[in-house]
Design a protein around this ligand. Sequence first.
Ligand SMILES: *Cc1c(COP(=O)(O)O)cnc(C)c1O
Length: 387
Amino acid sequence: MRGPGYDAGMPALPPSLDPPRRVLLGPGPSEVPASVLQAMARPTLGHLDPRFLALMDEIREMLRGLFGTANGWTLPMSGTGSAGMETVLVNLLEPGDRVLVGVNGVFGGRIAEAARRVGAEAVEVAGEWGRALDPDDFRRAARAAGGSFRLLALVHAETSTGVLQPMEGWRELADELGALLVADVVTALGGTPVRLDEWGVDAAFAGSQKCLSCPPGLAPVSLSPRAVERLQTRREPVRSWYLDLNLIARYWGGERAYHHTAPVNLLYALHEACRLALAEGLEQRAARHRRLGAELQAGLEGMGLELRVPAGERLPQLTAVAVPDDVADAPVRRFLLEEFGVEIGGGLGPMAGNTWRIGLMGAGCTRANVALVQAGLRAALAAPVRA
Ligand SMILES: *Cc1c(COP(=O)(O)O)cnc(C)c1O
């Protein structure tokens, strides 16, 4: 273990890594297909190599397809979904701006917090956790708060609660407010349909490790021409140098100017993951998520378990389940992991300790996994792991 050149007195080297194989049925990361992992193992290119620049263009084109947009400013940020969230807020907001944001789960709360850290004022419209938001509640809140709003922000797929937020009516409200419309589509992209142009969304962000079934580390974002205009008419520079889209667009677009070193091999993985999603067909892919999500949800209810979201407002790719009163949360999840090799998620915020979150995302959304997680839960709920 301790070879020449390894200083005496240093701790023994760890063994070469050997992660176990798990079935990832939590809120992300999701199962990564072999061809996506293999893409990452291809030779690293320089981040300004002509071959790599061509691959970047292909990624942008495929992301436009996935986002349902013609937006020129569509590209993956280096960082996870949260970096995408921060990118949108730090680029579109200036100190003193106001944001109207729906908070019916953890991620809406994070948008408000991230907006405040940019120096903006966040006016939160509180919604019930596990229910969709209503534009009329926002209208009333805006009237009560008075003044103008730079952004109207909401989470389209609330991974903390399992709610699929309908997108009708928000563009009209944004127009009434003179605001840009921002949507968190982290858990939607590559799973349920995303149609930024049809919805009239000005800025959206996603993540690589949910329904795209790519490893974590990239955050696709897209800005409409109206959002780009806002960015280009700012009074002061973007407060984050690393996330400044004016600078990053010069690398991903026109002059290919160095900004930061692109995570080359991770972008190979995203390229392959986008290719797989588009090759399946977005309609077919959405139909698969809808069909198997409904099958899982019916199965869980058939087991006597209660779901957190009423039928009609549920995400197919993320199901939030109430932990029965006489059952302890963590031992069940540990049992699933140890006995079945299955990972599911616990709850966040007020749902911590009382909710399980089961993801059927991208490559993990299979009939076999629907059966597996139900079998695992049935075994776990038998006597030994009861509280
Ligand atoms: C996962 C998630 C995020 C954050 O993404 P990270 O990759 O964990 O940084 C933001 N919003 C929603 C809705 C998410 O599901």
